[in-house]
Ligand binder design. Structure first.
Ligand code: CP
Length: 313
């Protein structure tokens, strides 16, 4: 298929064929990172700006490596050292960066919807690297890629997402992406950490971890996002870990070849025990490795030289 979208803002936007096209393109880029010289000229002459207005280790490093391995130049802007601290608006920041003739903007922002707003201010492609509790599309794409690599086909797989669903952009992107590819998604957490609109999303909902784990093919554990919690959503971290933490006992409810995933950063001993995080079922570091290839594919598709990406989105 020919890629036509200008931006990557969410997986809710994409159809099944578009998601599969990104996954297939990822496969052709994965081997580049294993070469002694990890570079191809696909985006030579392009310049990509990363605008990270929230902390990040994996996503920012991964996008930067992806761009550099495609021979693009990268300029990185952080909230802590940019004129945003002096009160410059997102619109002005974005239009000033664009005026330097960059070719794409990758944005992480604490406000849901800010990548969409930004895409209306600029003409270059905008890639959402995580917006508030809305979506984190490239994280879900790398999760889905990792599952597909291990299990071959997502159709009918039981994928349980356990933890702080309320604040999780990763959960939302995964619910959309996984369900479009035929997986049976189940979300689980305390009632206080499940959003009220969850029933409208294509997922089963349970408050019981045993139900979520029973015969699961994949378990995605999520970090308790204490930095986004002004209210008290559960009595104590110890109680949360006891009720909703994945450990070497309750994992036995899942299938024998279950994959354990986590987008990172992990609160070890809370949502995930040390033994399971580093145990034989864990594919957490493989997720990180695949993240570079997924982001190479996304950058390549959005910035490819042949033809213009025509759709406004
Ligand atoms: N998974 C993820 O988004 O990690 P970072 O916050 O470190 O980018």
């Amino acid at each position: 298929m020919k890629w036509r979208r200008r931006n990557l803002l969410s997986l809710e936007d994409l159809d099944k064929e578009e998601i599969i096209h990104i996954l297939n393109t990822t496969t052709s880029f994965k081997e580049i990172s294993k070469r002694p010289i990890k570079k191809v000229p696909a985006l030579r002459g392009k310049t990509i700006a990363t605008l990270f207005l929230e902390p990040s280790t994996r996503t920012r490093a991964s996008f930067e490596l992806a761009a550099k391995r495609l021979s693009a130049d990268v300029v990185s802007i952080y909230s802590s050292s940019s004129s945003i601290l002096k009160g410059e608006t997102l619109r002005d920041t974005a239009r000033n960066i664009e005026a330097m003739n960059i070719d794409a903007i990758i944005i992480r922002h604490s406000s849901s919807g800010s990548p969409l707003v930004l895409s209306r201010y600029v003409k270059v492609p905008v890639i959402n690297a995580g917006d508030g509790s809305h979506e984190h599309p490239t994280q879900a794409l790398l999760d889905i890629y990792t599952i597909r690599e291990k299990k071959k086909n997502l159709k009918g797989l039981k994928v349980s997402i356990i933890g702080d669903i309320l604040h999780s952009r990763v959960a939302r992107s995964n619910i959309w992406g996984l369900s479009k590819l035929g997986a049976k998604v189940c979300v689980c957490g305390p009632a206080t950490l499940l959003p009220s609109e969850i029933e409208k999303l294509p997922t089963k909902v349970t408050y019981k971890i045993d139900e979520a784990l029973k015969d699961a093919d994949v378990v995605i554990t999520l970090r308790i996002q204490l930095e986004r919690q002004k209210d008290k959503f559960f009595p104590s971290l110890r109680e949360y870990a006891r009720e909703y933490g994945l450990n070497s006992q309750n994992i036995k409810l899942a299938k024998k070849d279950v994959l354990v995933m986590h987008p990172g950063p992990i609160n070890r001993g809370i949502e995930l025990s040390q033994e399971v995080a580093d145990g034989p079922h864990s594919v957490i570091l493989e997720q990180v490795t695949n993240g570079v290839a997924v982001r190479m594919a996304v950058l390549y598709l959005l910035l490819q030289k042949e033809g213009k990406n025509e759709s406004a989105n």
